[in-house]
Ligand binder design. Structure first.
Ligand SMILES: Nc1ncnc2c1ncn2[C@@H]1O[C@H](COP(=O)(O)OP(=O)(O)OP(=O)(O)O)[C@@H](O)[C@H]1O
Ligand SMILES: [Mg+2]
Length: 263
């Protein structure tokens, strides 16, 4: 069971403040949705212990666009998978709002993922025998308040391609179907592990633009892993990981639009 934790519930006492523009970075006062303290993960392969994450402390605020950067093996996917409830930490605590993910059992983690998290991976994992529309529709059977499927597809600019099969779509288009599938359940959190890793430059930009737009328009908290430092300009903050530790966190005073990036 997910146990109620010690993290304060979201504050609703600032109703008198004018709403921030949709594309403004989340204020420092936006509620913290993820709170990691001393978060660690050690994998055991035979006799060998592999420390993948070492005592990470990190707060992520609602609506934030966070980029995780770092060399191969630095723990990026491990951190993302723990945030998404796909893996459980070995030590430390992680709260999502009042859900203690470090104390959750499999059933509670499954519910957490289903209700709160959308995932996008490097490989799109679409079902080849289903159309774009049907791939997105699959998800809507298991959630309570899905977005209309056509809205999810038009948010990734694929409305006209709804009846096409994955083999009839380019890599970037398939990735945008995967994003539509991730957002159709209106997740509060979008976790992306190298979403542009298999794409060329121009297509990668389009995919990033899509993720940035979802973040701005729906207020979805987004955490994006990349090997590409240029992408970092899009983020509110950039977390640099090295050897399982946070080395540095950069704050972008001025976020760049994906079209302004060069790499
Ligand atoms: N299931 C596992 N069993 C054993 N070791 C693992 C496992 N998963 C990850 N590791 C190890 O944990 C460390 C961190 O891995 P992780 O996948 O988080 O790195 P990463 O930063 O995402 O790297 P990449 O950029 O190559 O994807 C690595 O040393 C990796 O070998
Ligand atoms: Mg990885």
């Amino acid at each position: 069971m997910i146990k109620p934790g010690t993290v304060a519930a979201p504050q609703h006492d600032d109703m008198s403040r004018p709403p921030a523009p949709a594309d403004a970075p989340p204020a420092d006062t936006a509620p913290v949705v993820f709170r990691a303290r001393g978060l660690s993960k050690t994998y055991h392969a035979g006799d060998v212990a592999v420390p993948a994450l070492r005592a990470v402390d990190l707060d992520i605020r609602r609506g934030e666009f966070l980029v995780l950067l770092g060399p191969s093996g630095s723990g990026k996917s491990t951190l993302l998978n723990i945030l998404g409830g796909l893996e459980v930490a070995s030590a430390g605590t992680l709260f999502y709002e009042d859900h203690d993910l470090t104390a959750a059992d499999d059933e509670a983690l499954t519910r957490y993922r289903r209700e709160h998290v959308g995932f996008v991976f490097q490989f799109y994992n679409l079902i080849p025998s289903l159309t774009a529309w049907e791939n997105v529709a699959l998800v809507t059977d298991i959630v309570t308040d899905p977005m209309p499927i056509d809205e999810a597809l038009s948010r990734v600019a694929l409305g006209p391609r709804r009846d096409h099969f994955p083999s009839q779509l380019s890599g970037g288009e398939q990735q945008r179907v995967a994003i539509a599938r991730a957002i159709v359940k209106r997740p509060q959190v979008l976790l992306c592990d190298e979403p542009t890793g298999a794409l060329d430059y121009a297509t990668g930009k389009l995919v990033l633009e899509t993720i940035a737009r979802i973040n701005a328009e729906l207020g979805t908290t987004a955490v994006v892993i990349t090997h590409n430092a240029a992408i970092a300009g899009m983020a509110d903050r950039v977390v640099h990981l090295g050897d399982g530790r946070i080395q540095r966190i950069d704050v972008n005073a001025h976020k760049l639009a994906p079209s302004e990036l060069s790499w």
